[in-house]
Design a protein around this ligand. Structure first.
Ligand code: HGY
Ligand code: MN
Ligand code: MN
Ligand code: MN
Length: 361
């Protein structure tokens, strides 16, 4: 695999063999923390440095990948870089229209960050299946279990299936004083009702693994004394069970149609931005991780990842594994996010030992 996707590497004695890669992302959602993703990028660099400093000679090359735009907040789709690497032709086409909230296109943003990419050559980013022998990502848990149970390392067995939906309602709007209640078709109330419907459909599954969030509701014109004539809602729903998650998406769609009808508003958009399958972690990598945690005498537990990661898409290119470390009260996607230097060091040591094992396979 040539180095265009790898910014840092340790060449193997047999560089023709599929490399072992590791990495994560450094972008973050607004008003959030400093550890989500970054631990997996700096940790990858340090793990390879540790192996270099120790004079370790891998058979398979080791590569670090820094994925762009893992968070959906800038260009409207999650894991943009790893999706492209994993071969999403739909994204190759869709990304051409994408602009951020400063009206900067993806290509302009990529060029200003030094990437040499254009509409013509974007497809060349796509990796052949099997381009890597394995891919491994170190990440904070973004949940409370490891800290609560006093466990040092999480060995991830599977990553939950995420879906995101954009909905728009339109009504007549009008004067907040002069339009009497029976005359109204309030797009804002339609959005509010849909948000509660999302919660209802998620809870209805009866499974703790089903989650749903309405993180964005925008009302137009956004004046206290004007009835919303437009509402824009963004919904995130996930489950480790894909079928159950798809059932939630279907019910949300049906509720959008029913609410629009009942309230006399127009459902002007119902767009599923992504509806991804879950991913299973590879047994060879899980076993290598268990060997590493035992060698380091670290407590560990098998667990699923409720957050999605670039690994969810790298699993489409090569066998994948993830290492979790505890984070303070499980906080993430908020400024209080924190991981201790000891926990990060544990994660990097497990990563280095596992990369070394896999590179000798
Ligand atoms: O939302 C997620 O699961 C990830 O942290 N971006
Ligand atoms: Mn995140
Ligand atoms: Mn992340
Ligand atoms: Mn075990």
């Amino acid at each position: 695999m040539d180095n265009k996707a790898a910014y840092y590497s340790l060449t193997g004695s047999d560089p023709e063999l599929g490399a072992v890669a590791t990495g994560s992302h450094i972008d973050a959602i607004p008003y959030s923390g400093k550890y989500d993703g970054v631990v997996g990028v700096l940790g990858a660099l340090e793990a390879i440095n540790v192996l270099k400093r120790s004079g370790f000679q891998p058979k398979r090359s080791l590569e670090v990948i820094l994925f762009t735009s893992e968070e959906p907040t800038r260009f409207g789709i999650s894991c943009l870089g790893s999706r492209l690497l994993a071969g999403s032709e739909a994204l190759v086409n869709g990304i051409k229209e994408s602009v951020d909230d400063q009206n900067t296109s993806f290509f302009d943003a990529a060029k200003s960050a030094g990437y040499v990419v254009s509409e013509e050559n974007l497809s060349t980013v796509i990796l052949e299946k099997g381009s890597y022998f394995s891919f491994l990502e170190l990440h904070i848990e973004q949940g409370p279990l490891l800290e609560e149970e006093g466990v040092s390392i999480g060995i991830v067995t599977a990553i939950a299936a995420p879906a995101s939906i954009k909905v728009e309602f339109e009504g007549n709007g009008g004067h907040a004083g002069a339009v009497l209640m029976p005359e109204r078709n309030d797009a804002g109330l339609a959005a509010a009702e849909l948000a509660l419907a999302v919660e209802k459909h998620v809870l209805e599954t009866g499974s703790m693994d089903s989650v749903g969030t309405v993180g964005i509701i925008v009302l137009h014109p956004g004046a206290i004394n004007s009835i919303p004539s437009k509402s824009h809602i963004e919904i995130d729903t996930r489950d480790i069970d894909e079928k159950r998650r798809d059932g939630i998406v279907e019910k949300i769609h049906q509720s959008s149609i029913d609410i629009a009808k009942r309230r006399g508003v127009k459902l002007s958009e119902f767009r599923i931005v992504n509806q991804d399958p879950p991913a299973k972690c590879d047994h060879l990598i899980i076993n290598a991780l268990e060997v590493a945690v035992r060698q380091l005498n670290l407590s560990h537990k098998m667990m699923i990842s409720r957050a999605y990661h670039d690994s969810l898409f790298m699993a489409r290119v090569s066998p994948m594994g993830m290492i979790f470390i505890p984070c303070y009260k499980g906080y993430s996607h908020k400024p209080e996010e924190y991981a201790s230097i000891e926990d990060i060091a544990n994660g990097v040591n497990v990563l280095a030992l596992t990369l070394a094992q896999l590179s000798l396979e």
